[in-house]
Design a protein around this ligand. Structure first.
Ligand SMILES: *[C@@H]1O[C@H](CO)[C@@H](O)[C@H](O)[C@H]1NC(C)=O
Ligand SMILES: *[C@@H]1O[C@H](CO)[C@@H](O)[C@H](O)[C@H]1NC(C)=O
Ligand SMILES: *[C@@H]1O[C@H](CO)[C@@H](O)[C@H](O)[C@H]1NC(C)=O
Ligand SMILES: *[C@@H]1O[C@H](CO)[C@@H](O)[C@H](O)[C@H]1NC(C)=O
Length: 310
């Protein structure tokens, strides 16, 4: 386009052609490297997470207990346990035969719609706390027998999500569903995370990784919320089924494992982790970066990882 405007002298023309070619090549190079630059993003997250390793936030006193609003009544979230089992939703729990051990923990923490029926031998059947993302509200409330009526147990459900979706003031569909559920199932204690505590989860992510959660287009995972909540309320935590941060780059990570133990034909765990970690357009989970932070927290709090052990 620019080439046609300059046609006074052949020499100038030639220069423009060369310039144009160099320009095109550079553009192509930039485009090419941004397409294959996933590794760069992946690494920069890790580097940042490393650099910030020295700034320690004491999660025991980090946000106080005011961060939870009871959906019904005026109960406080003041659960405290000496020993907690945090059961992840990863297929690494399958075959662990850890059900009995998990059941013997003082408190058992689960996430979203991870079921126990049919998987008792590996994941146990007690639930003390379930941390549920706004995106899983429908799945959890659709099967009250599995998640809400839990025979003999009186679980606490903590819902997390953007305040405009699950906040009391939102008066949106999701909040109304949560409200209805907590009215219907007497034994259940439902809480939502306050808007100010939601912000604290974001700033904690920034503190620990050096990345602004929103600017880096990251979504926090339910695992992030659950880990922090577990540290707040448990003196000792045993985590079942969480892989170490370097797992997906290692030999053991090349074996296909379902992302969720209850979806054997669902997506592959490492593929989901790696694709999210390097995802650019739109928001993505940073599962691997989060695990680097979890690895650090294990040294500060009494956290052990099992199945796999690390
Ligand atoms: C868990 O399973 C045991 C043994 O099958 C049973 O006795 C117990 O009632 C179950 N607990 C819950 C909370 O379902
Ligand atoms: C509610 O809790 C009581 C006391 O723990 C228990 O006996 C009862 O079975 C529970 N009800 C349901 C529906 O789980
Ligand atoms: C670690 O566990 C011990 C024994 O239960 C407890 O006394 C201590 O307070 C725990 N430390 C932290 C940081 O929770
Ligand atoms: C990111 O993770 C979510 C699970 O939380 C998954 O549904 C989604 O497909 C993943 N995205 C990519 C690009 O793999």
């Amino acid at each position: 386009m620019g080439l046609r405007l300059v046609d006074k002298q052949g020499q100038q023309n030639q220069r423009m052609v060369i310039f144009g070619a160099v320009f095109l090549l550079t553009t192509l190079l930039i485009l090419y490297s941004s397409n294959t630059g996933n590794d760069a993003v992946y690494t920069s997250f890790r580097v940042a997470a490393h650099r910030h390793a020295l700034k320690v936030t004491d999660l025991k006193t980090w946000a106080g207990k005011e961060g939870y609003v009871p959906v019904r009544n005026k109960k406080n979230m003041n659960l405290h346990c000496h020993y907690c089992a945090l059961v992840t939703s990863s297929s690494h729990v399958l075959g662990s035969r850890a059900g009995e051990e998990i059941n013997s923990a003082e408190c058992v923490i689960r996430m979203n719609d991870a079921p126990t029926s049919g998987y008792e031998a590996d994941v146990g059947n007690r639930t003390t706390v379930r941390v549920v993302a706004h995106s899983s509200v429908f799945r959890v409330t659709r099967r009250p027998k599995e998640y809400l009526k839990g025979t003999g147990s009186n679980p606490i459900i903590i819902f997390w999500g953007p305040p405009n979706k699950i906040g009391k003031d939102a008066k949106g569909t999701l909040y109304r569903i949560i409200q209805k559920v907590s009215m219907t199932y007497n034994n259940l204690s439902c809480f939502t995370i306050t808007p100010s505590k939601m912000k604290k989860f974001d700033s904690l992510f920034q503190k620990e990784t050096g990345r602004d959660r929103q600017k880096s287009q990251s979504w926090l995972s339910t695992g992030w919320f659950t880990m922090v909540i577990a540290i707040e309320m448990c003196d000792n935590i045993k985590v079942y089924g969480m892989v170490p941060p370097n797992h997906c780059g290692s030999k053991s990570g090349s074996k296909k494992m379902p992302y969720h133990y209850y979806k054997p034909r669902g997506s592959d765990e490492c593929l989901t982790y790696i694709q999210n970690e390097s995802g650019r357009r739109g928001n993505h989970h940073r599962f691997i970066t989060e695990k680097q932070v979890f690895a650090r927290w294990a040294k500060l709090y009494n956290i052990t990882y099992t199945h796999p052990k690390w």
